[in-house]
Every structure is written in structure tokens, then in C-alpha cells.
Ligand binder design. Sequence first.
Ligand SMILES: NC(=O)c1ccc[n+]([C@@H]2O[C@H](COP(=O)([O-])OP(=O)(O)OC[C@H]3O[C@@H](n4cnc5c(N)ncnc54)[C@H](OP(=O)(O)O)[C@@H]3O)[C@@H](O)[C@H]2O)c1
Length: 276
Amino acid sequence: MIAVPKLPAHGAEIPALGFGTSPMTGSFSADEIVTALKAGYRHIDTARKYGTEREVGQAMRASGVPRADIFLTTKVSHENLREADFARSVEESLNALKVDYFDLLMIHWPNIEIPVPEAVKGLAKAKRQGIARHIGVANFNTTLLDQALSVCPEPIVALQAEYHPYLDQTKVLAACRKHGLAFVAYCPLGRGRLFDDKVLQEIAAGRGRTVAQIALRWLMQQGVAAIPRSSNPERIAANLDVFDFTLSDDEMRRIAALKRPNGRIADPKGRVPPWD
Ligand SMILES: NC(=O)c1ccc[n+]([C@@H]2O[C@H](COP(=O)([O-])OP(=O)(O)OC[C@H]3O[C@@H](n4cnc5c(N)ncnc54)[C@H](OP(=O)(O)O)[C@@H]3O)[C@@H](O)[C@H]2O)c1
């Protein structure tokens, strides 16, 4: 079994490589999560919005992996951030997953109509009730993160945001490091856009690795967690196999230099904060 390092953050121990379950990249079934758990993934990322919580819960039970060994994240959607809606959404997630706690509960996206102090109330409450072992935010810019940190009565342990070689996240990463938060990278494979990249292909060929493994290793070496998704059993296993080689400083720099102004993928109009 591949030993996946854990990232410590305010008492949380987050497996650095997890498995994504958003159905946006194609057909989805509980089988792929069972495959991932059997391959050694111990960090599963879902969200109320994805509609995959039921399958994630089924897969966790079917896999035979003890609940206590799995780091389970779910998220509350931007339209449910007021306190009563938040509590209802959390209840729905517990019922769909058939679990009695989440390891990490996150605000999925900020909502410009619901101030941050209101939004973090439900988050902090879930933590105090023991429903969420840890809490975090996703898609917050550094201004919103600072606000959340200053008003939230419970520690925020992680920020989840898009990150891959085509997107510069220097500022958000620096904010996470400054406050001791884990940065969890979503779309770590650029949702498939990285695979034709000549630089990544060249580095991958030189090391006898896949482009996906190079992209994931680049994140691991920055101390960033990543949650790639694949529906293919071979790729699910291969994506986890990134802990027995090290990219050189030069390779790390060449990959970082691939960032581009139009590199962002998740950019829903009307919902996004001004990005850093
Ligand atoms: N918080 C948020 O707002 C947010 C937003 C987006 C995503 N997320 C989370 O992040 C997770 C990952 O993001 P994502 O699913 O959008 O994109 P991703 O993981 O960057 O890319 C997934 C795509 O890459 C392909 N792929 C995976 N491994 C591969 C490999 N080794 N070789 C070739 N192709 C490969 C997959 O196809 P195959 O299935 O054919 O392998 C799929 O089309 C999501 O599932 C979700 O949990 C969170």
C-alpha cells in the first residue's frame, strides 16, 4: 500500500492526495470510489452540490475500509450559507452519506449577498456540535479568508481552491502558509487540459512517468494537497503513485513557469470573488 503523507493543519491530519468525486468530468459511479479506497486513497472529497454523497457513503461502506481511516470532506453550497439553511444542508449531507461526522466541512463558494460573519456561524456550529471534526473554506480570495479567520470562533484548517501548473496561486498559497492552513488543490490535472503540454510531456518522458504524475508531484513538493478525479481504475492507481521520486528545482521552476493569465477553469459568473 502506498504511504500517503499527511498535512498537519491546526490539529487536522489531511492525507496529501485525495480523490475527487465531482461528476463534471464524465460518468460517475460508486465503483470508482471503491476502486480508489482499495488502491489506498484515504481522503475523499464530495459536496452537497455534486449529488454524489449517497454514492460516496455507499462506496465507503462497500470498500471495507474503516470509517475512522477515511478523511471525508463535504461542502455546503453558496445558496445555503444562512444559519438555518446551513444546518439543514449539513443534516442532508449526513443522511445522504449515512455517516455521523465529516472530517472536514467547507463552505463551497462565498456568496456576495451573505456576509462572511453570517456564513461562518453555521460552520463553527457544526464544529462545536462534533458533526465536523474540522472546518474550512473553498474558493475564498485572501480578503475573504482574512475576514473568515478574524470572525470564526473555531480554527479554519484548510482552503480548497483551483491549482495546477496553468494557474498562479502564489498569493493564496502564501496566505495559507502564513495562517497554518492546508491548501487543497482542486482540478489538479487542469481537468484534462495539461495532457498535451510539451514541457510536462518532456519532464514526464525523462522520468518515465505520466503527465498526471508530474503535475501531482509538483503540488506535493509545495506541501499542497490535491484531489484528482478519474473514472479509470489504472489512472486512479497511477495518480496515487507519486511518492517515490522527486522533481529537481529546475523541473519545479519550469512547471511553475507554465502559469498563464487565462489558466483558470472554475470561474462561474456572478459567484466568484475578485481573484487574487
Ligand atoms: N471546491 C470546488 O469548487 C471544486 C471545483 C472543481 C472540482 N472540485 C473537486 O476537485 C476534484 C478534481 O477536479 P476535476 O475532477 O474537475 O478535475 P481533475 O481532477 O483536474 O481532472 C479530471 C480529468 O482528468 C482525467 N484524468 C485523471 N487522471 C488522468 C490520467 N492519469 N491520465 C489522463 N487523464 C486523467 C479524468 O478523465 P478519466 O475519468 O477518463 O480518467 C478527468 O476527465 C473534483 O472531482 C471535485 O472533488 C472542487
